[in-house]
Design a protein around this ligand. Sequence first.
Ligand code: F6P
Length: 363
Amino acid sequence: MKKIGVLTGGGDCPGLNAVIRAVVRKSIQYDWEIIGIKNGWKGLINGEMELLTDYSVSGILPKGGTIIGTSRTNPFKNEGDVKKIVKNIEKFGIDAIVAIGGDDTLGVASKLNKMGIPVVGVPKTIDNDLSYTDYTFGFDTAVSIVTEAIDRLHTTAESHHRVMILEVMGRHAGWIATMSGIAGGADEILIPEVPFDMGEVCKYLTERHARGKKFSIVVVAEGAMPKKEDLTAAQTTQGDNTAHASGESTLITKTDTIDEFGHVQLGGIGNFLAKEIERRMNVETRFTSLGHVQRGGTPTAHDRVLATRFGVAAVELIKNGDFGKMVALQGNKIVPVNIEDAVAERKTVDMELYNIAKVFFGR
Ligand code: F6P
């Protein structure tokens, strides 16, 4: 009999519970015991665990969030934490770990695996920016939520003849903005991969207004940035802050909060855009930030299925002793890939897809 530890790390995401349920149910088939490690790597450092049974995962499939909690803990950041992890793995008799997370959590998983700790990974992030997998679970749900928001913004924008700015998540990659922008028929989609030109954005929106469309919808990913010249102009006109010690330069941040993986808390680019468009075009603008609404609530059917497939496949990796691997979706197949490769480089928006979106910006 094996004892498997499962943990969820980083930002939560619809479908986490579906993975946990699948891991538990498949493991029970093999007569293995499953330990839920609480709050990501933090639980392994502090020895906070709970036994997961058939009963404890009953009814969690459609539930958002994660029943075992999450945190952004980097054990390689604080001296002694890795030693505590090694000790706890021994103390609790854990034979293998299923780490469900994005690039930060899986980056830790990869390092631990290199030290000889048997770990397998499951790719999670609403941002969909993990390499070697076509999709991560949670992304489809986020896109559905944003698309619905765009639909709702359309009717109020049209009634008031306004430009509506919708800021969505996407720190390094604009997958959510691009997909939901296409699905919702946005008039501009601004993403981190392509620094935008304020003049061009306003020119296109002005032309659209001149053609009789007296309203517009702009979707902007939180990590999108204007070109350098516009950034300087923004500082002059709006007096906003810019670069951060972490080097993760952002135009406008709410605070200087930096997490253990060196990420700055983003948010504010939409507000900047709204002010700048209003000033340059002399039209009424409004700004909406969807924030964590995108991460909350029940997963779509697509994400439930993907999460379930990932969970079952992760247990199969353990069964086969295939450690250091992450389950990935390639085409319609779930395949094992090296965690190390998956976290080495971010999967940014496919420019072929962005070019399809651009057909509808008219520029
Ligand atoms: O899960 C990734 C992400 O969605 C990023 O796009 C976003 O910047 C971040 O989470 C914010 O998460 P939190 O507020 O939990 O730190």
